[in-house]
Design a protein around this ligand. Structure first.
Ligand code: SAJ
Length: 434
């Protein structure tokens, strides 16, 4: 069985099904299709499916030319029909793993995907989970479902975990040149998953189990949330001590070893960094272990939107302006620069806090024309000199590349800069840095 599937993979006859055509699944589907594999992209969103089949990309990191190439050649077709799984030799799951209302892991999308696979699976397939999740999900949640009809993992089908490593907006590291971790339930699964991915990805890193692979990803993202939390706390300390934290970080990063710069900000967005480590702390708690670094970092990071609003209030007060009734123009709403993704964006909380305190809030984001969130319903305004001049306070929340920051610094009555975007022009009295 292993040899049969491996041969299909090596001569690129293997058909690849990808469940979930989001910021992970679509680039992966295009990568496999460009690599010569027939790809079935499966998504529950009809609109997404029809856009893919028309060669329209909705992910900034997937260029139009790639989409056109793989859809024109029919190497990649998208569908809402899970029965195409019957045609596939490999099925890769790239669905969301959010938190539910009580801030606990919600693996319902994984369960739905694996139930659909069970309905249509055939002997000899390999199933790979890419969605970031707690250690044990592949073995404890997916394996029982796939074996429930009597097939045996490692003999009749194969199952592995391979975490996605996508950095939206990163021009240097794409799917194909980012090393890929692979961990199978059985050794045969690791071997087959390695054979599959190494057809289209330059470096494969096999590990001894699916659990290890799941934990690798969580260490990566926990490393980030804890270090971002640390540097946000350093900022708060420096504020009390009257020290410029940004200067401190720039100087510290001259250390050629043993230091990696992270930067303070308005909060931590995206649906990975603020979410994934909570999957780990939840699992650890279930085993009687309190992951205090994660919980503390999450707490510090969640305070940052409030800290930004306090800075806005301070900036207005020093100009004898109450926040209530003041016009505040927010620059950037996406969770980080040069992406058009609002998920968990701190900008949403900042705008909501300002609005609730009576400010007249507007925003400009070249990548996000509308903001609809809770009671917020705003349209992005043009970033003109008048818009800047007429605001009582401008807040730079997301430092998208290419905006007219010089014009803002020159014309704003006061600007709160949460990303040190104006560091080159910090000699002006109207600039307040976090
Ligand atoms: N942030 C800071 N200070 C920093 C770095 C980030 O405040 O020094 C904020 C960002 O503004 C953003 C959030 O944290 O709101 C997350 O930033 P991020 O750069 O980690 O971006 P993501 O979530 O899009 O992508 C990350 C990947 N990023 C990097 O490795 C640089 C990577 O960790 C994962 O591949 C990806 O999450 C994922 O899907 O898990």
């Amino acid at each position: 069985m292993i040899k049969e599937l491996k041969d299909k993979i090596l001569n690129r006859k293997a058909k690849v099904g990808i469940i979930g055509l989001g910021y992970v699944g679509l680039p992966l589907a295009v990568t496999f299709a460009k690599g010569g594999f027939k790809v079935y992209g499966i998504d529950i969103d009809k609109d997404r499916v029809s856009r893919v089949n028309k060669g329209v990309t909705y992910i900034l990191d997937v260029p139009v030319k790639d989409m056109t190439e793989v859809t024109k050649s029919k190497m990649m077709v998208a569908t809402t029909d899970f029965s195409v799984i019957k045609e596939c030799d490999a099925v890769i799951i790239c669905v969301p793993t959010p938190l539910n209302k009580t801030k606990e892991p919600d693996v319902s999308y994984i369960v739905a995907a694996v139930e659909n696979i069970k309905r249509y699976m055939k002997r000899g397939q390999i199933v790979v989970l890419e969605s970031t999740t707690y250690p044990g999900t592949t073995e404890e949640v997916m394996l029982p479902v796939l074996e429930s009809e009597g097939m045996k993992e490692g003999k009749d089908f194969f199952l592995a975990f391979s975490p996605e490593r996508i950095d939206p907006g990163n021009d240097k590291y794409k799917t194909e040149n980012t090393p890929k971790i692979i961990g199978g339930i059985s050794a045969g699964s690791t071997e087959l998953a390695k054979a599959l991915y190494e057809q289209v990805i330059e470096k494969i890193v096999p590990v001894s189990s699916a659990k290890v692979a799941e934990m690798v990803k969580l260490l990566e993202n926990t490393f980030r949330i804890v270090n971002i939390g640390l540097v946000n706390e350093i900022l708060l300390m420096c504020d009390k001590l009257g020290i410029d934290a940004w200067e401190v970080i720039d100087a510290a990063k001259t250390k050629p070893y043993g230091f990696m710069p992270f930067y303070p900000g308005p909060g931590v967005g995206g649906h990975c960094i603020p979410v994934d480590p909570i999957y780990l702390s939840w699992k650890a708690r279930g085993h009687g272990f309190e992951a205090r670094f994660i919980d503390l970092a999450s707490h510090v990071n969640s305070q940052m939107p409030h800290y930004v609003v306090d800075k806005v209030i301070g900036a207005l007060n020093s100009r004898n302006k109450p926040l209530k009734g003041s016009k505040v123009l927010c620059i950037g709403a996406a969770y980080k620069k040069d992406v058009k993704d609002l998920r968990e964006s701190p900008a949403l909380e900042i705008i909501e806090l300002l609005d609730k305190k009576g400010a007249k809030v507007s925003y400009h984001d070249p990548l996000l024309p509308y903001l609809k969130w809770n009671d917020i319903n705003l349209k992005s305004v043009a970033l003109t000199k008048d818009a800047v001049k007429s605001a009582d306070c401008v807040v730079i929340i997301t430092d998208h590349t290419g905006l007219e920051y010089g014009m803002i610094a020159k014309n704003a009555r006061v600007v709160v800069d949460t990303r040190n975007t104006l560091k080159g022009i910090s000699n002006r009295k109207n600039i307040v840095r976090l």
